[in-house]
Design a protein around this ligand. Structure first.
Ligand SMILES: [Mn+2]
Length: 293
């Protein structure tokens, strides 16, 4: 008799995917109500989980198998409006943190991050946010909603004071006034220099939540997003930044959002899954990560 493999992140056996044994929880939030252009981010979490079942579970760079810490895949969080979604993600995430879990939220469109950021801000003192994105997402409201994906970082700014945005290469002129007090690393500046990583990490407080909109990557490797923008970051730039972050600070949780899967190209789904797994490998391998969380 072969054991039936459940639909979980990494395709793990029961031992490493049960809630009780898991240090890590993957929380799928298949939500796409406010996308402006390409729809389909609601199919993102399932595509990431499906791709993750085909990954090698040994991470070369950290010489580790983070799956041995246990990764539980939660039931998807659903809601009808972005406001209700923020509340539902907040409640679920906080509940998981209180049970000692490290939570990884999978979007869904970017508005799903609001609830996750709020929950981490409540659980961890003096939280700052590292925001990876092509878009600034600082409109106050968009298409009649304050919870539109284009406003997510304005809502985040109401929760945490310190936000560092990286990879930005698209914004509205109305957003120029909204960036005071935050640090922005524009993609064209990143392309010119390599000093930006210590600077970006240095601008964050000890406890950091990372929100990763996959369109931060160049569409060459990540074409499956609702609003792809040219001139994005490469795989190793993002990994290098996250490695420096995890070494120097306490990464308390993260989300990966905005995958709009395309059935004709599975590579971006795999890239998203691998990103999640690489970040977990870094986090639970790093000395600092082990001590603090
Ligand atoms: Mn974006």
């Amino acid at each position: 008799m072969t054991e039936k493999v459940p639909f979980n992140f990494g395709g793990l056996s029961k031992k490493y995917s049960s809630f009780k044994n898991a240090r890590i929880v993957v929380l799928p939030v298949p939500f796409d109500k406010t996308s402006s252009w390409g729809k389909g981010a609601d199919k993102g979490p399932a595509a990431i989980i499906e791709a993750s079942r085909n990954m090698e579970l040994y991470d070369i760079e950290t010489d580790s198998e983070v799956c041995l810490r246990g990764i539980f895949t939660e039931k998807p969080v659903t809601a009808k409006t972005p406001e209700k979604m923020a509340e539902a993600v907040f409640a679920k995430t906080l509940e998981l943190i209180k049970k000692g879990k490290f939570v990884v939220c999978l979007g869904g469109e970017h508005s799903v991050s609001v609830g996750a950021i709020k929950a981490h801000a409540k659980a961890f003192e003096n939280l700052s946010v590292l925001h990876l994105d092509a878009h600034l997402d600082r409109r106050d409201s968009y298409e009649g909603s304050k919870f539109n994906h284009a406003c997510v970082m304005s809502r985040a700014q109401e929760i945490v004071k310190n936000i560092v945005s990286v990879g930005i290469r698209s914004m509205d002129s109305s957003e120029k006034g909204s960036v005071q007090g935050s640090t922005i690393f524009f993609a064209h500046k990143i392309a010119e220099s390599r000093d930006w990583i210590p600077e970006a990490v240095g601008g964050l407080s000890e406890n950091v939540y990372a929100t990763i909109d996959l369109d931060v990557f160049d569409p060459g490797i990540m074409p499956s997003t609702g609003t792809p923008e040219p001139g994005g970051l490469g795989w190793y730039s993002v990994c290098e930044l996250m490695e420096a972050l995890i070494e120097k600070k306490n990464l308390v949780g993260f989300d990966v959002v905005e995958l709009c899967p395309s059935p004709s190209n599975r590579a971006p789904d795999f890239t998203a899954a691998k990103l999640v797994y690489r970040l977990l490998s870094m986090k639970f391998h790093a000395k600092k990560g082990n001590q603090n969380h």
